[in-house]
Design a binder for this molecule. Structure first.
Ligand code: DOR
Ligand code: ZN
Length: 349
């Protein structure tokens, strides 16, 4: 078999990204903007981004934080609460810069306290989103403490997602950061209105990584890493399936916040996102599908144009820094101190 040494692809987008705010935002946004044209920006700030006015202000702060000369389009989202109004949905649709609404079950993950406890209360909002064709982005995990943490995605699909998709058949829904064979199967059997994003960590790691030689707080994210057979199901879907596309869920936290008695969930991957995905696709001999995953299926699902510039990936051994700046603190990136096997070239495409 000929070993691909270099490939070019349309410039990618990141369909699930946490950029934070303030000094932290200034330190992380450049990592994504360097290679990605656009990103769906998560609204789980403190306080969350609940209105179009708040999304506009956050978008302005993101644009102001970009390194000079970078072209990058933040695609904004609203944080769904039990007080979100149908008027806000209509305003989001006409804004031109709000592209989706994010649903966090209250208490499911970082800054999700203002999320939804009772799905019945947001049915009118789902109705409005369906009418205005505004996608719903789902953090698909139940919060029921009786449900084992490794089963929370599967339980969410059974208890909630299936009902949402049944009751709002024209609502576009993204099962964010899919991690299980059951989540994958649900998306595959659903219609073209249902898609999923896939993170680099859920393609490259199974739950063993959390305990490799000791307890690894920098491998802790939500949904938590799963068993190997789930990783394989997610990898097969990303490398062959139609409605699975790139969403890093890059979620920076300071080292001190992760290495603590109760460490925050989130893995920062924006410094090497495409390189890590390339590694995962290469491992199963599917580099030929990387462009569809990274650059085509996302814009097609969102109804946005594909990018037109091309970038090149080449095989190279690159060492990842042990730490990166993060406001007043430092963060530990994915693969810290280790080696990447791909490098991006923008100069000679
Ligand atoms: O690991 C995670 N980190 N999962 C989430 O859902 C949220 C994210 C964050 O904001 O840190
Ligand atoms: Zn996320």
């Amino acid at each position: 078999m000929v070993r691909t040494m270099r490939l070019t692809l349309l410039q990618p987008d990141d369909w699930h990204l946490h950029l934070r705010d303030g000094a932290a935002l200034r330190d992380v946004v450049g990592h994504t903007a360097r290679h990605f044209a656009r990103a769906i920006v998560m609204p789980n700030l403190k306080p969350p981004v609940r209105t179009v006015a708040e999304a506009r202000a956050y978008r302005d702060r993101i644009l102001a934080a970009l390194p000079a000369g970078t072209a990058f389009e933040p695609l904004m989202t609203l944080y769904l609460t039990e007080r979100t109004t149908v008027e806000e949905i209509a305003a989001a649709r006409v804004s031109g810069f709000v592209h989706a609404v994010k649903y966090y079950p209250a208490g499911a993950t970082t800054n999700s306290d203002a999320g939804v406890s009772d799905l019945d209360r947001v049915r009118p909002v789902f109705e409005a989103m369906q009418a205005h064709d505004l996608p719903l982005l789902v953090h698909g995990e139940v919060t029921d403490p009786e449900v084992d943490v490794f089963d929370r995605e599967r339980a969410f699909v059974e208890r909630h997602l299936a009902g949402i998709v049944r009751d709002f058949p024209a609502l576009r829904v993204v099962l964010e950061h899919v991690t299980t064979a059951e989540g994958v199967a649900f998306v595959q059997q659903a219609g073209r209105h249902v898609a999923a994003t896939v993170t680099p960590q859920h393609l490259l790691w199974n739950r063993g990584e959390l305990f490799r030689g000791g307890l690894r707080p920098h491998a802790w994210c939500l949904p938590v890493l799963k068993r190997e057979h789930h990783r394989q199901a997610v990898l097969a879907a990303a490398t062959t399936g139609d409605r699975f596309f790139l969403g890093t869920d890059s979620a920076p936290h300071a080292r001190s916040a992760k290495q603590s008695d109760c460490g925050c969930a989130g893995i920062f991957s924006a410094h090497a996102a495409l390189e890590l995905y390339a590694e995962a696709f290469d491992a199963v001999g599917r580099l030929d599908r990387l462009e569809a995953f990274a650059s085509e299926r996302g814009p097609d699902f969102y109804g946005l144009p594909r990018n037109t510039r091309r970038i090149a990936l080449e095989r190279a051994e690159v060492t990842v820094p042990a730490e990166l700046p993060f406001g007043d603190e430092r963060l530990v990136p994915m693969r810290a101190g280790g080696t990447l096997h791909w490098r991006i070239r923008e100069d000679d495409v």
